[in-house]
Design a protein around this ligand. Structure first.
Ligand code: FAD
Ligand code: EPU
Length: 338
């Protein structure tokens, strides 16, 4: 294990922000994590676990040690007639893992195709897309306590999953390194095509007999048509969460703004489409220097070339202020600010 100093993170975050880490190391197994965490000189300095860097915004250089998680391996842990339990190490690339499952006919992750990043970060914010969230297929995870170096197993309930939320973003923030995640997948698929554009896309593709490969292809096509590819334009996906408001508040908004987009939730509240709110405030396609709001998806902030993390952050502040002023709705950032 090599520890490097003043290491550039520009290629390691999908926003392409030019920030550096005071110390940097790539970690290939749990023992290396333990070794580095027990080094006295690193005891009191900040630590950042890095996966694919696709949900981070660096607003300054990181004055501590960045540990790039490179733990690899996929194993079938157990199976019965209906299910397979597949354990993936945290450093596995998410989409490659999804493709591995699809190619083996393990169903459940197909709607989550093409999400950037690594397996280890997937439970952090309970990643979700096209009607499925990690919590729907999650069995358990293993994580290393950064203080006492003990390994702990977290069940679905322990993770306290919510919409783009988990215990690791709240009470246990910065206390655990996720080393592996086990998913409970189905041998016979339960297709989930209820999310708007999937059915249309499958029809366009001429799919007669539904299968998980086709759903994955449809999801990839929809995503590619509106989300910017980070290799071409720096971004971290949705910058904000879709805000939840009471039914009452929604009715008030609807009487003033009849076209407002909202989806009723099981708890009776309504989830508003933040992309719509931002677009209606006139931000879609706007740029401030090299920072901008994507022209096809107003929920995605982008770095066109050499924007700093602070420029992107300032743009997000302005967007929050204008949405608050026009709709009296508070937008919350989804991306982790460092
Ligand atoms: P990183 O950005 O490296 O890390 C994110 C956070 O998790 C950081 O706080 C980091 O310290 C922490 N972390 C990472 N790994 C570990 C670990 N092993 N243990 C403990 N902490 C860890 N998200 C969705 O939910 N749905 C989408 O549809 C979606 N679409 C996207 C589209 C694009 C184009 C982009 C760029 C992003 C999108 N995202 C989406 C966001 C992002 O891909 C996910 O949040 C992803 O899970 C982040 O993974 P990562 O490995 O890149 O995490
Ligand atoms: N909309 C607009 N203008 C825009 C963008 C969206 O009016 O510029 C409205 C449209 O009415 C559209 C609705 O918002 O029908 C929803 O848009 P979309 O289907 O693109 O989804 P989203 O709500 O913007 C969420 C997730 C995405 C996920 C997609 C698909 C959040 C914060 N974002 O986006 O996740 O891929 O649904 O399930 O929940 C991410 O988390 O990084 C991410 C990309």
């Amino acid at each position: 294990m090599i520890i490097q100093e003043n290491y550039s993170l520009k290629k390691l975050n999908t926003f392409g922000i030019d920030a550096s880490a005071k110390y940097f190391a790539t970690i290939s197994n749990t023992d290396e994590f333990k070794e580095i965490l027990s080094e006295e000189s690193f005891n009191d300095i900040p630590k950042l676990i890095l996966g694919g860097g696709s949900n981070l915004l660096f607003t300054k250089n990181f004055d501590g040690i960045v540990l790039k998680n490179n733990l690899k391996g996929i194993t079938l842990v157990k199976e019965n007639e209906q299910q397979v339990y597949i354990k993936a190490s945290a450093g596995e690339v998410w989409h490659e893992f999804v493709m591995y499952c699809i190619n083996n006919n393990y169903a459940g992750l197909e709607n989550l195709s093409l999400i950037p990043g690594c397996v280890g970060a997937s439970p952090m914010q309970n990643i979700g897309a096209y009607g499925v969230e990690i919590k729907d297929v999650f069995y358990e995870l293993e994580a290393l306590n950064v203080k006492d170096l003990s390994l702990r197993t977290f069940t679905n309930t322990d993770c306290k999953f919510g919409y783009r939320e988990s215990v690791f973003k709240r009470e246990l923030k910065n206390q655990y390194i996720i080393t592996s995640v086990t998913f409970k997948l189905n041998k016979t698929p339960n297709f989930n095509t209820s999310y708007g554009a999937i059915e249309q896309e499958l029809e366009k593709m001429g799919v007669k007999e539904l299968n998980i490969q086709a759903i994955s292809k449809a999801v990839c096509a929809i995503r590619s048509s509106k989300l910017p590819n980070p290799e071409e334009i720096g971004n971290a996906g949705s910058f904000f969460k879709n805000p939840e408001v009471s039914k009452n508040k929604f009715e008030q908004l609807k009487s003033k703004f009849p076209n407002i987009v909202g989806y009723e939730l099981e708890n009776g509240n309504v989830k508003l489409a933040a992309g719509w709110l931002i677009e209606q405030c006139g931000w879609k396609g706007k740029t401030l220097g090299d920072a901008g709001v994507h022209k096809l998806q107003a929920l995605v902030l982008v770095n066109y070339a050499n924007a700093s993390g602070n420029e992107i952050y300032d743009l997000s502040e302005k967007i929050i202020a204008s949405v608050k002023q026009k709709y009296d709705v508070a937008l919350e950032r989804e991306v982790n600010i460092v």
